[in-house]
Design a protein around this ligand. Structure first.
Ligand code: SAM
Length: 252
């Protein structure tokens, strides 16, 4: 068996009951286009291949990738992309809606989520992530966990935390708790934000000074009078603004 490479965030699922819960939550249908990120030793890949019949997977570790191809022989059509997922063009996996799933490498989870949000082809996502990241994704405005990640994800998706997973479910054990999250891209997502790059920049600027007034972070875009016209108090903190407020600001 290939060595465990910690630089690739390798924590393999060993708890069959957790694997089963994740597979049921993914709810793969025959003919559906599913992409798994980081298949590793195939804990999710093999049951997914059995139900979906075909699967695209993206794995960066060449030794794991070679072993996986052998393991999956005779279990369906596996298309393996041996590449860093952050450089993968998800538009190439075919028409919308793609379902993207995986027990993600935690060291790249935030940049990976931002990368995926840039593809209109992605319709559904189901991921195991660090619990703290799932809490930030699902956080409501005004809470300590609410921030740039919450706004960016919730602007495009309905986010639901499904269940927590303890370190004992993995080998080797991670030092943190994990959780499974379902992200469903909103039907209106594509038309909701006029300019996604502008939205990204605006949210980044707003949260760059999290404890300061929103008027500070947004100075290059809006003065106090313009914020008030949009029903936003210039003295509010970035975490007080709802996702709809950020979309309004970006579209105005
Ligand atoms: N799916 C397997 C499981 O649940 O047992 C392995 C999950 S492990 C947490 C993360 C997987 O992502 C590993 O197989 C690792 O090699 C792979 N990986 C890490 N960084 C990656 C990257 N940048 N691009 C693609 N795969 C990556």
């Amino acid at each position: 068996m290939p060595p465990v490479r910690r630089r690739f965030g390798q924590h393999f699922l060993k708890d069959a009951a957790i694997v089963d819960r994740i597979i049921r939550a993914i709810d793969a249908r025959p003919g559906e286009r599913i992409v798994e990120i980081g298949p590793g030793r195939g804990a999710l890949t093999i049951p997914l291949l059995r139900t979906a019949g075909a699967l695209d997977v993206v794995e960066v570790d060449r030794d794991l990738a070679a072993e996986l191809v052998e393991r999956c022989q005779g279990t369906g059509r596996l298309n393996l992309v041996r590449q860093d997922v952050l450089t993968v063009d998800f538009a190439e996996f075919g028409p919308a809606p793609l379902k993207v799933v995986g027990n993600l490498p935690y060291n790249i989870s935030t940049p990976l989520l931002f990368h995926l949000l840039g593809f209109n082809q992605v319709g559904h996502m189901l991921f195991m992530l660090q619990k703290e990241v799932v809490d930030r994704i699902c956080a409501a405005a005004g809470t300590p966990e609410y921030g740039r990640l919450s706004v960016m994800v919730q602007a495009r998706c309905r986010a639901e935390k499904l269940f927590d997973v303890a370190p004992a479910a993995f080998s080797p054990r991670p030092n943190v708790d994990s959780a499974v999250v379902r992200l469903t891209v909103l039907p209106e997502a594509a038309g909701r934000i006029r300019d996604f790059n502008r939205f990204t920049e605006l949210v980044r600027a707003a949260f760059s000074a999290r404890r300061k007034k929103i008027s500070n972070g947004l100075k290059p875009w809006f003065d106090a009078a313009q914020l008030e016209e949009l029903n936003i108090s210039p003295s509010a903190r970035p975490a007080d603004l709802s996702v709809a407020d950020y979309i309004n600001l970006s579209n105005s």
